[in-house]
Design a protein around this ligand. Structure first.
Ligand code: SF4
Length: 332
């Protein structure tokens, strides 16, 4: 795969020197961990700081390595690849967003044939492409379309910015646009597709193609319906409280007693990283409700032997929300 990101090395060097940092923890997303040694060496050569690279998984800016940074007593956590997400952080963090430097010119031209049938488009992107949003807007407007970049909402840091668990900005303009266009990857466009009812198209810069997301959405919806139905039959429910700093979606206090009233046994469990082995160890539990990242349950269906649902989906099991309303409001 073509790989062209701007790591902003000189900006980071300037910040380390300006902030007089002696010890730094560097955190990179999973796909960019291989850049850790290069970056650490570069920063150590250009500054007097000692650089430590976090080897723990990092899935988003919700996943700041704050505990590691505090234990190591570093002066700053440098977090690569995401925009700020957690509203209040009690530790110095430098977020380094990375622009994807590949051109989208060809993709835009390619998309015209597919998007021909729409007069109005909602335009959004993952943070790596925010520098290309205005270019895409102008391109579609020059080809006669009305284009709306939705105002940021919730966890989104910029207008038109989507995060895997935050699509509320799209929901504010669903009546004003015929379809949505996402510049980015399958993860973000699938999230958009299951959050709104309008058609969603991915401008897939990784594979140079335009992808309509409805077939992927339909598959997910069938899986989610099946998971919710299985949870209705569960005798024992585990509620997983995530311990990553920004992964708090729903409260176990809201649902714990309600599950008990349905006659189910309930246990509250904490987990930092949720994986199949950890769930399997709880042999007596039939269904888990996870209050960490909602995409763990939605995206990773099939990776787990146990049934795993989100907080919002648990409301359907409890009868507090209908399946139809969940779909209407979006699974995310
Ligand atoms: S989708 Fe999940 S991993 Fe991504 S920012 Fe949201 S909570 Fe974090």
């Amino acid at each position: 795969m073509d790989f062209k990101f701007d790591f902003q090395e000189d900006y980071v060097v300037k910040e380390i020197i300006k902030k007089k940092c002696k010890k730094v923890l560097l955190q990179l997303p999973e796909g960019l961990k291989m850049e850790g040694s290069r970056l650490a060496n570069y920063f150590e050569n250009k500054t007097s700081a000692e650089i430590v690279v976090s080897g723990e998984p990092c899935w988003g800016a919700c996943d700041l390595a704050l505990d590691e940074a505090k234990k190591l007593e570093v002066d700053i956590l440098i977090h690569y690849g995401h925009a700020p997400f957690i509203k209040r952080v009690d530790f110095p963090v430098l977020y380094v967003e990375m622009n994807d430097l590949r051109s989208i010119d060809k993709l835009l031209n390619l998309s015209l044939k597919t998007l021909n049938k729409y007069n109005s488009l909602g335009l959004v992107c993952s943070v790596q492409h925010k520098h290309q949003l205005e270019q895409a807007k102008k391109f579609f407007e020059d080809h006669g379309k009305k284009v709306i970049i939705p105002e940021k909402k919730g966890y989104a840091h910029y207008d038109g910015h989507v995060v895997g668990c935050e699509y509320n900005s799209l929901k504010t303009i669903t009546n004003e646009v015929d379809a949505f266009v996402v510049i980015g990857n399958r993860f973000h466009s699938l999230g958009a597709a299951i959050a709104v009812e309008n058609p969603v198209y991915l401008l897939d810069i990784y594979n140079n193609e335009i992808i309509e997301m409805s077939k992927y959405k339909d598959k997910i919806i069938k899986q989610r319906y099946a998971a919710i139905e299985k949870c209705k039959d569960a005798k024992k429910v585990g509620i997983i409280v995530g311990t990553k700093p920004g992964q708090k979606f729903g409260s176990f206090k809201v649902i714990k007693d309600k599950f008990r009233k349905l006659g189910k046994e309930v246990i509250v469990i904490t987990m930092n990283e949720i994986n199949s082995d950890k769930l399997t160890n709880f042999r007596d539990i039939n269904c888990f409700v996870e209050l960490a990242c909602p995409r763990i349950a939605i995206e990773d269906y099939g990776r787990y032997d146990k049934t795993l649902i989100t907080f919002r989906e648990s409301l359907v099991v409890l009868g507090d929300m209908s399946w139809e309303d969940l779909l209407k409001n979006g699974l995310i």
